[in-house]
Design a protein around this ligand. Structure first.
Ligand SMILES: [Mn+2]
Length: 417
């Protein structure tokens, strides 16, 4: 068999709206909205630069079933560019872009193959010699509950067998359980490489056969940090495959932190925040970040004053206004503590010490937390209108409120002394 290569991508979500940011800064949102398009451009260029034989796209090409025209035309143009470079492409659709959504009349190049709602197998040739069989199937509607992997069968010839599918493998992926299947289904299928989509964090579930999620090509929220991209897969004459990760993202998301431990003035903190943000861009990529202010120090009190979080956020956004690449601080989170050692302070035998000890005891056990919830909220829950309108508090949330209350008591009672 002739050696060959392909690129496996998925979850391009072209046309993602970045809704949360548009309410705060339409300009930044506009720049971010270009990112899914740009990452797709990088993908097409990577196929050409690496001179691969074909591209596989495993679903969620578009962000919504109402596929924007701009996204469809952009995708079409990308596959056309590949076709002109002699590169074939194979596409299945997933739960975000099912076949019953908005599908425009587009004339696809002959070298592009979009799989329909029934399973199909296409043979790929390199220099006139068949090397691989690509089997695929698209989502007919978004909420597919059947195990589509069972519908994809390897061809009877001795080619490298690829299954192209958008699906949820296993139970604990944190993603919607559409086209659910188990790893054992895929491993026992006779395929050599399962080119999957759906799970946005890249994961190699098996190496024999290869069962691969490349993840999405561009992070779209703080839950999608780190490099995002695709796999470049080289297959040698014996049919051994070797996937290599290629980043494609043009904007990267970061959760970052600054400690107030050794910072004793507001202007020093201001500088430190800018330094931290400016250290984030990698290889000229734009950045969206959240910065958590942590640690224990004298600035604690000033930072806890009303509105400080928002004012710091406005200030850092101004400071970074003309940064190139773009650095957008989405949020400043205060998670710092006073200089006093709370443990030591709770041993001093006064009123504050008693409050701190009580709070620690409550936070230390589930019963304690439930007790405090009952004391504070039972009356409220008795009211049927309040009960309807208010969400139940889980233990984590009560613990957090308790921690906040502890700090508030510290502020108020220390001041009185
Ligand atoms: Mn997706």
């Amino acid at each position: 068999m002739k050696p060959f290569s392909f690129i496996h991508a998925a979850d391009l979500h072209i046309g993602s709206p970045f809704k949360g940011i548009s309410s705060e800064s339409p300009e930044v949102a506009e720049q971010l909205q270009k990112s899914t398009f740009s990452a797709f451009g990088v993908l097409i260029q990577a196929c050409i630069d690496h001179d691969v034989d074909f591209l596989l796209v495993a679903g969620d090409v578009y962000d919504g079933a109402d596929r924007s025209l701009a996204a469809q035309l952009n995708f079409h143009d990308g596959l056309k560019r590949l076709a002109e470079a002699g590169i074939r492409s194979f596409v299945v659709h997933g739960n975000h872009d099912p076949l019953d959504g908005r599908v425009s009349t587009l004339e696809w190049p002959e070298k592009a193959h979009i799989f329909g709602k029934t399973a199909e197998t296409v043979t790929v040739e390199v220099d006139g010699e068949p090397v691989a069989a690509v089997s695929g199937i698209s989502f007919p509607k978004s909420k597919v509950q059947t195990n589509l992997s069972k519908k994809l069968k390897p061809s009877s010839d001795n080619l490298f067998q690829i299954g192209l599918l958008h699906c949820n493998v296993g139970k604990d992926t944190g993603h919607d359980p559409y086209a659910p299947c188990e790893l054992v289904d895929l491993k026992s299928s006779g395929m050599d490489y399962w080119a999957l989509g759906h799970v946005h964090t890249r994961t190699i579930l098996s190496e024999n056969p290869w069962v691969v999620y490349p993840g999405n090509s561009q992070g779209r929220s703080i839950r999608e940090q780190d490099a995002r991209g695709c796999y470049l897969v080289q297959v040698d004459a014996q049919g051994n495959a070797e996937p290599e990760f290629l980043p494609l993202d043009v904007v990267r998301w970061h959760q970052s932190s600054v400690s107030i431990n050794d910072i004793d003035s507001l202007d020093a903190l201001d500088r430190r925040l800018v330094e931290e943000a400016e250290s984030l861009p990698e290889d000229g990529r734009d950045v969206v970040c959240r910065i958590r202010i942590e640690g224990r120090g004298p600035l604690y009190k000033e930072l806890r004053s009303e509105g400080a979080e928002g004012e710091l956020l406005q200030r850092i956004r101004q400071n970074l206004e003309s940064s190139d690449p773009l650095i957008w601080v989405q949020r400043i989170e205060l998670n710092c503590l006073p200089q006093v050692d709370l443990q030591q302070r709770s041993e001093q035998g006064d009123l504050l010490a008693e409050v701190l000890t009580l709070a620690n005891e409550c936070a230390g056990s589930t019963e304690g937390l439930h007790q405090i919830k009952a004391n504070a909220l039972d009356d409220l829950w008795q009211n049927h209108r309040a009960k309807k309108g208010l969400a139940q508090l889980d233990d984590d949330r009560i613990c957090k409120i308790l921690g906040e209350a502890k700090l508030l008591c510290l502020d108020l009672l220390e001041e009185d002394e």
